[in-house]
Write a protein that binds this ligand. Structure first.
Ligand SMILES: Cc1cc2nc3c(=O)[nH]c(=O)nc-3n(C[C@H](O)[C@H](O)[C@H](O)COP(=O)(O)OP(=O)(O)OC[C@H]3O[C@@H](n4cnc5c(N)ncnc54)[C@H](O)[C@@H]3O)c2cc1C
Length: 473
């Protein structure tokens, strides 16, 4: 008995070791669980073994490099933009993006090695040229995605254009086999998958955004350093906690029809003419969000794609701990609302729902004031505890660092005028928790790491990181 317990414990430890994130010096601002490294290592090893095992000549190596590069091309043809196929497999946008990058990089290395070996073997000029063009375009595809952080939409469009160019060059480069035989069948699969994803996305967007004489509109209004975007849907959308959508605002700028921005669904309500409204909160960055923050209230036509994001069955948790920093609050309100609704319908075991939110400035609490009041009204058994940590820009001159103030009926909102200390919060909460526990994070990397450093890895504690990670201040 003791032995099996010890073994269980050891197995558990391995599981938690793999779930813990890589250190910041390795993964930077991204929170990457260790098991992802294991996935990538297995992928690299499988590629290496395919090329190397039982390989007796450089001609054979060239052929195998070409074949495996074609298989990887099929895998990247679904793109890095979230789609229904990937979302229904429960893959997060962050992991999907990293998988796309990792497979794409391997493909570029393999295609380059393949073409270098072919050149050295002195193949016919026409075949070499198209191959060199294809490999160069694949390389360019990778380089533009490395620059994507600067001008997201421009580099995304260039990335797709180079990828399509490389497919055309590959068509010329590949031996003229039948379409159903390798390697052409791989190219056909690449094109088919690419077209399928694009068409299915276009149909989803059309279904969501156009309905008879109705069009999807958005109202943008700026308040307290955030842009509130009210999306008036044409058809109702079932939204679950933590989900997000993509928004394209038409006529906003010359090329805004090319932009598709992901935003957490913050709130849903019934709007004009009984239509469902979805509200998102956007923090101004450099592009669309910054321009939107400079506009006065205006209405635009829009295209909506979503909702996306994995959902969890919330009713099973006795204790739910929700952490947010800055605009990350947009990701957590749907959790509170769904939990309170389930509780009212006697479908949730919740005994405590604690929302911890760190804000840069006190006025930011007005972003969600109205909805917090609605949630307090729903919370008839007082299981909700909202704690705000305000880092600076206090509204009253009487307030000083460390001041604590309580608001709301039954003091269910506590304002603490200092930074959040996630490690001590998690320690206290976990020592007093009741039942299965959920820890949900929509926090900047610093807070996420601090929470995960706490002793949270246990069989009855589930950790959910939302698909959106707010930036560090
Ligand atoms: C799943 C998810 C949910 C999000 N939810 C929210 C939210 O609720 N509130 C909020 O303020 N922000 C949210 N974001 C971030 C938001 O999408 C970007 O801030 C926004 O697209 C920036 O637009 P911009 O033109 O002002 O960007 P820029 O100033 O050009 O770029 C700023 C940053 O945003 C990234 N970015 C730009 N365009 C896109 C795009 N189309 N898709 C993905 N990343 C992009 C860039 O890589 C860059 O790092 C979310 C992101 C993701 C992935």
């Amino acid at each position: 008995m003791a032995v099996s317990k010890a073994r269980l414990r050891r197995n558990g430890d391995v599981r938690y070791f793999l779930k813990a994130p890589l250190p910041a010096w390795l993964s930077g601002q991204s929170i990457v669980p260790r098991y992802e490294v294991a996935i990538f290592l297995v992928f690299f090893a499988a590629n290496g073994l395919y090329v190397a095992v039982n390989n007796r000549s450089s001609g054979e190596a060239t052929k195998r490099l070409g074949s495996i590069a074609m298989v990887n091309l099929v895998a990247v043809s679904t793109g890095a933009h979230m789609n229904q196929l990937v979302s229904s497999c429960g893959i997060s946008p962050g992991l999907y993006h990293r998988l796309h990058t990792c497979i794409g990089l391997t493909l570029v290395v393999e295609a380059t090695a393949h073409i270098v070996l072919q050149v050295r073997q002195g193949l016919e000029f026409r075949e070499q040229l198209s191959g060199i063009v294809a490999a160069s375009l694949l390389g360019a595809t990778f380089i533009v995605s490395a620059l994507q952080r600067r001008l997201f939409e421009v580099f995304s469009t260039l990335h797709t254009a180079f990828a399509l160019g490389s497919v055309a060059a590959l068509w010329l480069h590949l031996p003229a086999t039948r379409l159903t035989q390798p390697p052409r069948v791989y190219l056909l699969a690449t094109i088919a998958l690419f077209v399928f994803i694009k068409v299915q996305r276009a149909l989803r967007v059309a279904y969501r955004s156009l309905w008879r004489d109705r069009r999807c509109d958005v109202d943008l209004h700026q308040s307290h350093d955030v842009v509130q975007i009210d999306v008036h849907l044409t058809r109702p959308m079932e939204v679950r906690a933590g989900q997000f959508l993509y928004l394209t605002v038409l006529g906003f700028s010359t090329f805004s029809f090319l932009e598709s921005h992901p935003f957490q669904i913050c709130w849903t309500e019934t709007g004009e003419g009984g239509r469902q409204d979805i509200v998102v909160l956007a923090r101004p960055r450099r592009g669309f969000t910054l321009k939107a923050s400079a506009k006065t209230r205006q209405r635009y036509r829009a295209l909506v794609d979503g909702p996306y994001g994995t959902t969890i069955s919330l009713g099973q948790y006795g204790t739910v701990l929700l952490f947010a920093t800055d605009v990350g609050i947009a990701g957590q309100l749907t959790y509170v609302r769904e939990l309170l609704r389930l509780y009212q319908q006697c479908m949730a075991k919740s005994r405590r729902i604690a929302l911890y939110w760190e804000l840069e400035a006190e006025e930011h609490r007005f972003w969600v004031k109205e909805w917090m009041n609605e949630m307090l009204a729903l919370d008839t058994d007082y299981i909700l505890d909202i704690r705000l940590f305000i880092r600076g820009d206090y509204l009253s001159q009487q307030t000083s660092q460390g001041t604590v103030q309580q608001l709301g009926s039954h003091n269910r909102i506590t304002l603490t005028y200092t930074s959040m200390d996630p490690e001590s919060i998690i320690q206290t909460e976990l020592s007093t928790r009741k039942g299965r526990t959920l820890v949900s994070l929509c926090t900047n990397p610093k807070i996420t790491r601090a929470v995960l450093r706490g002793n949270i890895w246990a069989d009855d504690v589930d950790v959910k990181r939302l698909d959106f990670q707010p930036w560090s201040s």
